[in-house]
Design a protein around this ligand. Structure first.
Ligand code: S3P
Length: 449
């Protein structure tokens, strides 16, 4: 694995951000797609080449999992080559060791997808553990339907949480209606069906990111999507994947938020970014609130539209987000609260899921913004933010959630004067190069002693 940029500790930020020239940014590879591409590459019996994957703590957990199951990986110019094990061998080979442990750090996506991947591997035992945050996050949403398929999962600590043990078993196919609109759950069940050699259908209450489904269709696998239900029939062979990975919209969200709170930066161009409609919730919320945003699709990479987002003017009205939209912008909501505070306000409801992310992001958003003098009124499943608030320079320490660190940085770069933001090492979870990019673009950000 190449050397990662790993910022550590606390930074001093002098705001407001005044870039050296016109702002053109290229976000790193998409995190959700990187996880899924690594897993499909493992299941293929050929050699896959993935260009521009996200190299981060979270995605390296999935890569280690794939290596632990026997895939060969090699870093090449611009990406990674993965020599897959193949579905047939993975299904039947007992593996070098009958019992394997995987430490999954902070990565919820790795944990949930791994449950689907490992449950059908007969004759093997797996122990999954993670950091403090991951061990607090709910796993029943995946484990319960997997158990209906015949999976054997034992919680080793608190029920419904990591650490846990999976004993591989033969699974039966089935149709599942899941109450929570989670892409991770749907992907986990589809992967269980794929590896187990059985058909699976999954229905969710509202649209979620569909990256796995697009990759499967791109590879010619028998996946069908119809009105909220995704169905995968039995598969015996996964072809290798050769594709570049589109830029991450959730990383792009940082720049969109900065562009909205500092209109002096506009026009802002974000290039090489994924434009998958199931991820465009933030852009749509901004447009509905009167922002001027242009979407310029250019090509498709692995079934994913990619192109440019051009932000010309910030929202002119309050931002409103309701339950049906939440899954399409769930990771961007903290940043949208800042945009609303500086702009014309924000109203969010139906976002109880934010309480079970890497941290409680409803409470966390209020705490971070309070450090910069911004008020947020919390509800059980959302918030109300008054518009016309001006962030003051402040100190925001003790964070351990990458998305909240990004929020604190965006607030500090919007405020006038010197702020301090702690916990920037957590950026390595999803956007390790963010601080370096900010500095290159002219932001005054430096380590604080
Ligand atoms: C993800 C799905 C979302 C998102 C997470 C990544 C994925 O979680 O918050 O950062 O890659 O499937 P849920 O599926 O729990 O909504």
């Amino acid at each position: 694995m190449p050397a990662e940029e790993r910022p550590a500790g606390t930074v001093r930020v002098r705001g407001p951000f005044r870039p050296r020239g016109a702002l053109v940014v290229r976000p790193p590879g998409d995190k959700s797609i990187t996880h899924r591409a690594y897993l499909l590459a493992l299941l293929s019996s050929g050699r896959s080449t993935l260009l521009g994957p996200l190299v981060s703590d979270d995605t390296s957990r999935t890569l280690s999992l794939v290596e632990g199951l026997g895939a060969g990986t090699r870093w090449v110019e611009g990406g990674v080559e993965i020599a897959g094990v193949g579905l047939g061998r993975l299904r039947t080979a007992p593996g070098r060791r009958l019992s394997t442990s995987f430490y999954l750090g902070n990565s919820g996506t790795t944990a949930r997808l791994a449950l689907g991947l490992l449950s059908p591997l007969r004759g093997r035992e797996f122990y999954l553990d993670g950091d403090e945050s991951l061990c607090r996050r709910p796993m029943e949403r995946v484990v319960d339907p997997l158990r209906e398929m015949g999976a054997e999962v034992s919680y080793l600590g608190e029920p419904g949480r990591l650490p846990l043990m999976v004993r591989g078993r033969e699974l039966a196919g089935g149709s599942f209606t899941i109450a929570v609109a989670s892409a991770q759950v749907r992907s986990a069940l589809l992967i269980a069906g794929l590896v187990g050699g059985v058909g699976v259908a999954v229905s969710l209450p509202s649209p979620v990111r569909d990256h796995l489904e697009r990759l499967m269709a791109f590879l010619g696998l028998p996946v069908e999507v119809e009105e909220g239900t995704v169905e995968l029939s039995r598969v015996d062979e996964v072809p290798p994947l050769n594709l570049p990975i589109v830029g991450d919209l959730s990383a792009a969200a940082f720049w969109l938020a900065l562009g909205c709170t500092r209109p002096e930066l506009l026009p802002l161009r974000i290039v090489g970014v994924g434009l998958n409609p199931t991820r465009l919730g933030m852009v749509e919320a901004l447009i509905s609130a009167g922002a001027e945003v242009e979407l310029l699709p250019e090509e498709e990479w692995g079934g994913e539209p990619v192109g440019e987002i051009r932000l010309q003017a910030p929202p002119q009205e309050p931002i409103r987000v309701g339950p049906g939209e939440v899954p399409r912008l769930v990771d961007e909501l903290p940043l949208l609260a800042l945009v609303g505070a500086v702009g014309r306000g924000m109203e969010l409801c139906g976002a109880g899921e934010l309480r079970v992310k890497e941290s409680d992001r409803l409470a966390g958003t209020r705490e971070v913004l309070a450090c910069f003098g911004i008020g947020v009124e919390l509800a059980e499943d959302g918030w109300q933010v008054e518009g016309g608030q001006r962030p003051r320079a402040g100190e925001c320490m003790g964070l351990s959630d990458h998305r909240l660190v990004m929020l604190a940085l965006a607030a500090a770069l919007t405020a006038e004067g010197e702020s301090r933001v702690g916990g920037v090492e957590w950026l390595s979870v999803s956007y390790p190069q963010l601080l370096r990019e900010l500095v290159l673009l002219g932001a005054e950000v430096e380590p604080a002693g």
